[in-house]
Write a new protein. Structure first.
Length: 115
């Protein structure tokens, strides 16, 4: 069992920055990748960024060059640094732990970008 707790959401003006954190606890050694997803009202949940245990990263095209995902394996924390935020980045952001047989999700943290 893995538990995930996100923090760092809030309201920010367009062009501003926020850093989200996701703290994992429990059987964290079973996690092979950590991801950030987001879901805006009326839209499906979609992948924003991911990072493997080895440090390889991938990003959605819409956030590439603006967002950076990183992880502290010792502390079992994953970060999402979000710069140059746009109103279309407004969503609830969810942390996800990818592992077998079933992954884990956090409760979500709301990000609102004001125009």
């Amino acid at each position: 069992q893995v538990q995930l707790v996100e923090s760092g959401g809030g309201s920010v003006q367009a062009g501003g920055s926020l850093r989200l954190s996701c703290a994992a606890s429990g059987s964290t050694s079973a996690i092979d990748a950590m991801n950030w997803y987001r879901q805006a009202p009326g839209h499906e949940r979609g992948l924003v960024a991911g990072i493997t245990k080895g440090g390889s990263t991938n990003y959605a095209p819409s956030v590439k060059d603006r967002f950076t995902i990183s992880r502290d394996n010792y502390k079992s924390i994953v970060y999402l640094q979000m710069n140059s935020l746009k109103p279309e980045d407004t969503a609830t952001y969810y942390c996800n732990a990818h592992m077998s047989p079933v992954g884990a999700w956090g409760q979500g943290t709301l990000v609102i970008v004001l125009s």
